[in-house]
Design a protein around this ligand. Structure first.
Ligand code: GTP
Ligand code: MG
Length: 391
């Protein structure tokens, strides 16, 4: 739905964008809100701005705590392994129990609600790769608006590579999942791949406005996009549009970028009474949009499937590198994402590698001739053995 903002509101937004100081930014956002007309078309926008203000306030608070020598809450957990996966769910669904079952984390599991109050990272092995799971404090209604640890939990989710959405099969899993999905949506985190995306990068100062369209505009022309950006006085930015996008979605991206995180639903407490019937309801609700893994963390049932499901959902591929002249490839693979090319591999090994890359030889069953000599654009697949030759 179009927001139809008046020009004074758009001008005010330009002021918000140009303000760096968080306290002033909050002030400008408040002024912006007062200029946004209250109708259905601006509802989402108003919610978004309020959330941004809440995040800024939390940041201010955190800084104050740091200055006072108290360590504030952690918004980012350093990544380890092939992927970082945030473990989200309402309280008591068994998130800590899952960590205890599939990693070596030693973490309290309790019938008391809200036992876990800060993010807990732990490593889970699958074949020859490792996933880092991060349990975050329980999501509740209002998390996205800053209630309790909500902003922290959702910030970890945004920064992660994928999500486990955990529900409890002993009590209304559809209700729990809906709640978590709604808080994610308010935080502009999608669990299904959108048909298009818009990225606005303001970091190129003085370069002018560049709109790079690799996809398709559904209901407007390039000129409409430029006019819209112009009306917000965005004169200095690189705007990338891929996939299929509407003008409303471009406008959304001006306020906050939407991110997509591949997700897996883990339905716990399969051992509980009524769990089977609830699982059926959950599966009907999810309708194949994301994978559902039914488990009992307490009875250790179904957990062996989790690694493979995450591996597939995240699109992890393993590449085994080989030194020129060596007989055997490395034991430990490099992990990349489906669709990665040799350039991505070279870059993940070393920046010099990317620069000095001459050619590579690849061993793979799918190739007619293996090894085959290939160039930087070669599309890698899981299990490929690669020998890189530098200049
Ligand atoms: N029946 C049954 N109970 C389980 C299972 N897994 C966990 N529980 C119980 O569920 C309760 C909550 O478990 P936790 O792992 O602490 O839940 P959590 O999601 O980490 O909860 P908070 O961190 O407090 O938000 C505990 O009493 C567990 O014993 C299971 O597979 N079956
Ligand atoms: Mg817990």
């Amino acid at each position: 739905m179009p927001t139809n903002l008046p020009p004074e509101a758009k001008n005010k937004w330009a002021e918000v964008e140009s303000t760096r100081n968080p306290r002033e930014k909050i002030q400008r956002m408040q002024e912006f809100l007062s200029l946004v007309p209250q109708h259905k078309g601006t509802m989402k926008l108003r919610g978004q701005i309020k959330k941004k203000m809440a995040v800024l306030r939390k940041e201010l608070e955190e800084r104050k705590q740091k200055r006072a020598g108290r360590g504030g809450p952690k918004f980012f957990i350093e990544k380890e392994g092939a992927a970082q996966i945030a473990l989200l769910g309402v309280t008591n669904v068994g998130k800590s129990c899952l960590l205890s079952a599939v990693t070596n984390a030693n973490i309290p599991v309790s019938v008391a609600p809200y036992t876990t109050r800060e993010p807990v990272p732990a490593v889970m092995g699958f074949e020859d790769v490792q996933f880092q799971l991060v349990e975050v404090p329980a999501v509740m209604e209002g998390s996205a608006g800053g209630r309790a640890w909500g902003l922290q939990s959702l910030a970890v989710a945004r920064n992660a590579d994928g999500l486990i959405l955990m529900v409890d099969l002993s009590r209304d899993p559809v209700g729990q999942l809906s709640l978590v999905l709604s808080e994610l949506e308010k935080s502009r985190i999608l669990v299904n791949k959108p048909r298009g995306r818009v990225d606005i990068d303001h970091s190129y100062m003085g370069a002018g406005l560049h709109v790079i369209l690799t996809g398709k505009l559904l209901d407007c022309t390039m000129q409409h996009v430029k006019d819209l950006l112009g009306s917000y006085r965005i004169g200095d930015a690189v705007v990338k549009i891929s996939g299929e996008v509407t003008l409303d979605e471009v406008e959304d991206a001006i306020f906050e970028s939407t991110t997509y995180r591949p997700s897996v639903v883990v339905a716990n407490k399969l051992d509980a009474s009524g769990a089977k019937a609830n699982l059926k309801q959950l599966e009907d609700f999810v309708a194949g949009r994301v994978p559902v893994v039914a488990v009992s963390c307490e009875k250790k049932l179904g957990l062996e499937r989790l690694g493979a499901v995450l591996f597939n959902a995240l699109g992890v591929i393993r590449i085994y590198t080989k030194q020129p002249g060596a007989r055997e490839p490395s034991q430990r693979p490099f992990t990349l994402r489906r669709g990665a090319t040799l350039t991505d591999l070279a870059r993940s090994i070393h920046t010099d590698f990317e620069r000095d890359f001459a050619f590579a030889r690849v061993w793979a069953d799918r190739l007619m001739f293996s090894p085959q000599k290939v160039g930087v654009g070669f599309a890698l697949e899981d299990g490929d053995v690669v020998e890189i030759h530098v200049r």
